[in-house]
Structure formats: structure tokens, C-alpha cells
Ligand binder design. Structure first.
Ligand SMILES: [Zn+2]
Length: 444
């Protein structure tokens, strides 16, 4: 009964059926994140009525059993025992295939498969991974992974947006060295599933096989970079957690899921010597939007409170990106800086698989190349410029960064590398939802 009630709440909130993938964040994240996830998605009044309704049903059930007990003073008859046993068996059988047990079972299976990935990865590294350096390491490379950023809400990528949510990005967009890609899409609509494909040779087109489970960290090591994973997210058991822990240096900010500005202090710990690949995983615009910026940050006025808070989180991220860029470019010999979000956000259905919408997949992507990098690699800068209007999906971040790091391996392909002349993802072939949805269905 409680399962049915919970499902009904979900159905009316999302207007769709619950998917196993949506159980993953619940099983993987911690209590605080689940609380903000629920707070952001289910109205408190609805939650209260559901809990109250459930309690009434339990009390009614207890009362019925009590009344029945008095009536049947002769105890159990053989007939009632058989009926009860059959009913219990049927309930157990169906409960296993009903919400939420079915979803928990499927999500657990998915976690088991991801744990198996460790063995597969070790085997791939030992037997398949061959990487070739086509150049020397050059300065430091920064990859900023955004969170729940929808490019439609960013004026720099959607000039028609009525509110100026990205003053800094709008200013630098046409500056030399910056390349903005207004037609980038997420390969899935949840963090774990996008980030893991973004940072491995796995993609939706030619590399679905686990044989391509080699990571950006593996490639960066071959290219001579020390690898850093600096995060404002809590760790998890999924493939992303595994990739994170394979970095040479893993640094969590002191107050996890708090202010993204903490990552600026972490950047100060990166030594001047050597070459570094630095992954910065920000909280960006994760639910609850109002928690993503300091209280004194100027609010962006929106059509309603939710949109206003979301847009303010986008504006705060714009300021964080400015500060990260200034530090990386001026003090930390950045040669390449890439900003890409994991997935987008729908103002009604947030993100997940309950009610798919393209708002959940339209993501920001830009790349900055330093003057010396552009000087040395004119062909790459030229290719990025030429491909600015091309469609892109973020499972190809791996191929593009491998290209920019001058390392080619069996996990990456030139035709998926935005900085290569051969880049050729077309609208007809571009996919999302791990290959299940054609991006061309999104009317541009
Ligand atoms: Zn996310």
C-alpha cells in the first residue's frame, strides 16, 4: 500500500512512470543530498498528505484485523489458512516486481556491474591500452565539470534569453582563444551516467563495449600529466567514484556540497613544477538552487521563485568560472580550460529519467586555449573555431581532451575530437540517453 501511494505521488509529480535509473541517486548519495532532492521535487504538503494517508490506512488495517479476530473466535480454519498463505505468496511475488523493490533490485544490479568495471578496467590497461604521444605536455589542463546547467538559461549561449545570467561568459565569448559550442548535449540526464562516459573511452556510437573502459586519467598519465580530482561532490560507489579515486591527487573541499568558491583555495595547492590535468567538479546549479550561492549574491529576477533561484545559481557559476579562469590563466600556466556540464535541467521535472525532456540535455560547453598553445597548435585552434556550430555530445569530451593533450589511444577517435580536422558527428547520428534518443528530435 505504501509503495502504491509513493508511486502515485511520483506519477502525479512527474506525469510518468518511475525508472530504475532514478533509484541510483537515492542508493548512491547521502541523506543530505536525498533530502535536497526530495525537497526540490516533491511539495511538502503532498509528502505530508501521503504520510498521513499511510498512517490512516495502517490504523484501519489494524482495526479490521482486531474486529475480525473477535468474530472468528474459533481461530484459524483450514480454508482461511490456505487463502491467507496463497495471498501472502502472491503478494511477495508481485512485490518483488513492483515499485520500489523492482527499481531497487535493478539499481543494485547496476551498481554490481559498475563494481565489476574495476576488474575490466585493470584487464584493459594490462592487455589492450596502448597510447601514443604525438606531442609533449604543455602547461596545465583544466576540466571544469558543471552541474545541472541548462544552456538555454545562459545568455552567452542563448542570446535571446531575457535575463543577463552570464555577464562574464558573454564578455569573453568573442575574445580570441575562447570557443563556445551552443549545440552541445548531454549523453544522459543524470550525473553518474554522464560523467562516467564523459571521462572514459565509452561512447554512444562505436564504443559501448566495456573493452573501451579506459579513462582520461590513464591517457593523461601517458601524456606526462599529474592528475588531480578536486571536488565539491560527495564520493559514490558508481564508476565516477572509481575514476575519481584513480587520480594521483584527490582533494575534497572542506564543506562538501557547499560554496563552489572553495575550489579556488584547492587550486592554490597545485604545485608550480610539472604538468597537471586538473578536474574541478563543481556543484553549479544542483537542487536546491537557492543553496548554491551565498545569501548576499545579487538575485536574478525570474518568472517565479524557482526560475529566479535557478538563474541566480547560473549567474553565481558565471562568477565562479571567471575566478577559476583568472587563476588558471594568470597564475597556473593553463594551456587548455574546458567547461562542460554533466546534464541540463528542466524547470518542472528537474533531471532524471522519470519524464525525459531535451531541457535536461542542452548543456553549456566552451574551451579556452592559451596564446602559446594556439601558437604551437594552430591546426587545433582552427578546428575548434570551425566546429563551433557543430552538434556535440558530452560522451566525446574524452576524445576531445585526448586530442588536446596530444595523446592518441585505442579508446579515442579523431572523428569524435572537436579539435581535430576529422571531427564529424552529424545531427542525424547524434544520440542521447545512452543511445536511446536521437538528438535531431530536439527542434533547434
Ligand atoms: Zn548532475
Amino acid at each position: 500500500m505504501s509503495a502504491a501511494l509513493a508511486y502515485i505521488i511520483y506519477f502525479f509529480t512527474y506525469g510518468n512512470l518511475f525508472q530504475a535509473e532514478d533509484m541510483l541517486p537515492v542508493l548512491l548519495t547521502n541523506v543530505k543530498e536525498i533530502k535536497s532532492y526530495l525537497d526540490g521535487q516533491i511539495k511538502k504538503s503532498l509528502l505530508f498528505s501521503a504520510v498521513a494517508g499511510f498512517l490512516v490506512l495502517v490504523l484501519a488495517g489494524v482495526a479490521l484485523v482486531w474486529v475480525d479476530r473477535d468474530a472468528a473466535s474459533n481461530g484459524w480454519t483450514a480454508k482461511s489458512l490456505i487463502v491467507t498463505l496463497i495471498s501472502v505468496a502472491i503478494m511477495i511475488k508481485y512485490a518483488m516486481n513492483c515499485f520500489p523493490l523492482r527499481e531497487i533490485r535493478l539499481a543494485r544490479k547496476s551498481i554490481r556491474e559498475m563494481k565489476k568495471a574495476r576488474t575490466v578496467h585493470a584487464d584493459n590497461l594490462a592487455h589492450r591500452f596502448k597510447a601514443e604521444l604525438t606531442g609533449k605536455p604543455d602547461g596545465n589542463i583544466f576540466l571544469i565539470i558543471g552541474e545541472s546547467a541548462n544552456r538555454d538559461h545562459m545568455k552567452a549561449l542563448n542570446p535571446e534569453y531575457p535575463r543577463d545570467t552570464t555577464p562574464w561568459q558573454s564578455e569573453v565569448k568573442n575574445r580570441e582563444g575562447f570557443f563556445f559550442f551552443p549545440k552541445a548535449y548531454a549523453c544522459f540526464t543524470q550525473t553518474a551516467q554522464t560523467v562516467s562516459w564523459m571521462l572514459t573511452g565509452l561512447n554512444q556510437y562505436t564504443h559501448q563495449s566495456p573493452d573501451y573502459l579506459v579513462t582520461l586519467i590513464d591517457a593523461a598519465r601517458v601524456a606526462g600529466y599529474t592528475t588531480w580530482w578536486c571536488t565539491n561532490h560527495k564520493g559514490n560507489d558508481y564508476l565516477t567514484g572509481y575514476i575519481m579515486n584513480s587520480a594521483d591527487k584527490v582533494v575534497e573541499v572542506p564543506a562538501l556540497t557547499g560554496d563552489d568558491a572553495q575550489l579556488l583555495d584547492v587550486m592554490d595547492t597545485i604545485p608550480e613544477e610539472g604538468n597537471h590535468l586538473v578536474i574541478l567538479h563543481i556543484m553549479g546549479s544542483h537542487l536546491r538552487y537557492g543553496d548554491r550561492y551565498p545569501p548576499d549574491f545579487p538575485a536574478v529576477q525570474g518568472d517565479n521563485k524557482r526560475i529566479s533561484e535557478y538563474d541566480t545559481s547560473i549567474a553565481y557559476t558565471d562568477d565562479i568560472l571567471r575566478r577559476i579562469w583568472e587563476k588558471a590563466e594568470k597564475k597556473q600556466q593553463a594551456s587548455v580550460i574546458m567547461y562542460v556540464s554533466d546534464h541540463g535541467e528542466d524547470m518542472k521535472y528537474t533531471h532524471g529519467t522519470g519524464h525525459f525532456s531535451f531541457d535536461m540535455t542542452r548543456i553549456p560547453l566552451w574551451i579556452y586555449l592559451s596564446p602559446s598553445y594556439r601558437q604551437k597548435h594552430k591546426d587545433r585552434a582552427e578546428a575548434l573555431r570551425r566546429h563551433q556550430d557543430c552538434v556535440f555530445t558530452n560522451d566525446l569530451v574524452f576524445d576531445t581532451l585526448c586530442g588536446l593533450m596530444q595523446v592518441s589511444s585505442y579508446g579515442s577517435e579523431d572523428r569524435f575530437d572537436l579539435s581535430h580536422n576529422a571531427y564529424g558527428l552529424s545531427w542525424d547520428s547524434a544520440l542521447t540517453m545512452h543511445g536511446k534518443v536521437h538528438v535531431a528530435e530536439d527542434v533547434q
